[in-house]
Design a protein around this ligand. Structure first.
Ligand code: PGA
Length: 248
């Protein structure tokens, strides 16, 4: 967790007017808590940062308790010096979500693209809400959520019927266009997806495997998420205790 926080902190220090791509989900909660602590301690400022979130549920207003808007406000934006006008998420309650998806992509492009994209990992290998078999060439659009994703997100909604069926999500090509990527995954429930992402074939069946194409993608895993890797000895050898190799 502190490794991911260190990468983000270094990137913001190197370019204070950075454009960050942000993710929601349980994995991000301790990371954002660390960023909030650093912000309060004065060692990290987000005042000049612009952010674009990966996704939002279709049909949810920004103040819905299960929305990505609300999550981000609670865990990162409100407790830091982040400026609300610099934070962008797709509007899930837009009159025409298809038009909103295209407009969101256009806002990313107009901002000059994303410097550093943060990603979580779905148990099914999704990144953003790009579910298995999403086009590797996709840009921001509407996706139908899988049963597995809806089950994973059930905890954020009062009743099952409230769990949204559709989301606006950056596409896989949108994600790959970011100049750098950091993917964070924790816990053994992510072990199979992490192994497919890193060691499996490049395939739309595991959307996260598309990161194999990216020149500056860093994957940060805890022991549980790394537990199914075949080449873990090699990864330990190259990055002892998760540190950068001497040539980075
Ligand atoms: P999680 O979600 O952090 O809540 O496990 C990750 C994801 O689905 O991308």
């Amino acid at each position: 967790m502190s490794r991911a926080a260190d990468i983000l902190t270094a990137a913001v220090k190197a370019k204070s007017a950075i454009t960050l791509g942000l993710a929601t989900g349980g994995t991000m909660v301790p990371l954002y808590a660390e960023l909030v602590a650093r912000n309060r301690a004065g060692s990290l400022s987000l005042a000049r940062a612009t952010t674009f979130n990966l996704d939002e549920y279709v049909g949810l207003a920004p103040d819905h308790p299960g929305s990505c808007h609300r999550f981000m406000a609670e865990v990162l934006f409100d407790p830091t010096d982040m400026r609300a006008s610099h934070a962008h998420l797709p509007h899930g309650d837009a009159l025409d979500p298809k038009v909103e998806a295209q407009a969101f992509q256009a806002r990313i492009d107009a901002a000059g693209g994303i410097d550093l994209q943060l990603l979580g990992l779905g148990q099914n290998g999704h990144i953003g809400f790009n579910e298995p078999t999403s086009s590797l060439g996709s840009r921001t659009r509407i996706k139908t959520l899988t049963v597995s994703t809806r089950c994973a997100n059930r905890q954020y909604f009062e009743i099952e019927a409230d769990v949204p069926r559709y989301a606006i999500t950056m596409g896989i090509a949108t994600i790959l266009e970011a100049r750098a990527i950091v993917l964070l995954a924790t816990g053994s429930a992510k072990a199979a997806a992490a192994s497919a992402m890193i060691e499996g074939p490049l395939s739309a069946v595991c959307p996260a495997s598309a990161l194999q194409l990216h020149p500056r993608a860093t994957v940060v895993l805890d022991a549980g998420a790394a537990s199914a890797l075949q080449l873990s000895d090699h990864f330990q050898h190259v990055h002892p205790e998760g540190q950068d190799s001497v040539f980075s």
